[in-house]
Ligand binder design. Structure first.
Ligand SMILES: Nc1nc2c(ncn2[C@@H]2O[C@H](COP(=O)(O)OP(=O)(O)OP(=O)(O)O)[C@@H](O)[C@H]2O)c(=O)[nH]1
Ligand SMILES: [Mg+2]
Length: 223
């Protein structure tokens, strides 16, 4: 997290990680489409060929919260293709939280697992402890045939340390829920680390409610 006391600006870095073609870029495109222009900035997609990310995508979201504090979220994607590991490690630098986008197709189970281990290694290489780093998992492409069943994911969720979300990013389903889950985990961790409430008067519950409201969800969290 970057803290600028003078301009009262906080910048939080969130990274969308996962195997090739799991739908990381599609998540950012959906958020960009679903969130108002007041909150979402321009979606920058850098160096793309044949719809594959070669470098990264970036979407900034800005929230002006009480007390004149500006909170900026920078959402990045990594390129999933195995050969781009150096870029993935670089993009993960200074990450405050990570959404792991898994592909629900049974054929991708191994690719998901390898990408998850790769994420943990790259976190470590950046001096970030995977054990305490905020991570949520999204199983995307729930619309396709030959996917891991709902029952299997529900079972997994009861055992998993990371919250699990289901999504059809192509239709925008589950994308905001995933983002909010990640924001929640990340903000609570940042509060514990930086005492934002004490330093900036930012009440975590109030701030998270405000984010939900701005994303078009009521206090209850249902659209
Ligand atoms: N059926 C289906 N297709 C999806 C869904 N989400 C993404 N896709 C498709 O999957 C392909 C890859 O999506 P991307 O978002 O580019 O994947 P990525 O994870 O950014 O891929 P890399 O940048 O190569 O790592 C595209 O053709 C998307 O349209 C989904 O929910 N359902
Ligand atoms: Mg991509």
């Amino acid at each position: 997290m970057q803290i600028d006391f003078k301009s009262r600006e906080l910048t939080v870095k969130l990274v969308y990680y996962g195997p090739a073609l799991s739908g990381k870029t599609t998540n950012l495109q959906a958020i960009h489409r679903l969130v108002s222009n007041e909150t979402a900035g321009r979606l920058m997609t850098l160096e793309t060929r044949d719809d594959r990310t070669l470098f990264f995508d970036l979407l900034p979201l800005t929230f002006n919260s009480g007390g004149g504090i500006q909170v900026r979220f920078k959402l990045f994607t990594v390129p999933g293709q195995v050969i781009h590991n150096a870029t993935r490690r670089l993009v993960l630098q200074g990450a405050d939280g990570t959404a792991f986008i898994a592909d629900s197709q049974t054929s991708e189970t191994r690719a998901n697992r390898e990408a998850f281990l790769n994420m943990q290694q790259n976190l470590r290489d950046n001096g970030i402890e995977p054990e305490t780093h905020p991570v949520v998992i999204q199983f995307n492409k729930r619309d396709l045939p030959n996917i891991r069943s709902d029952a299997e994911l529900d079972r997994m969720a009861t055992r998993s340390k990371e919250p699990i979300y289901k999504a059809v990013a192509l239709r925008g389903e589950g994308v905001i829920d995933t983002f909010l889950g990640l924001t929640d985990l990340t903000w609570r961790r940042l509060e514990a680390k930086h005492s934002l409430q004490e330093k900036f008067g930012l009440d975590p519950d109030e701030f998270l409610r405000d984010v939900r409201r701005r994303l078009g969800l009521g206090d209850g969290g249902t659209p």
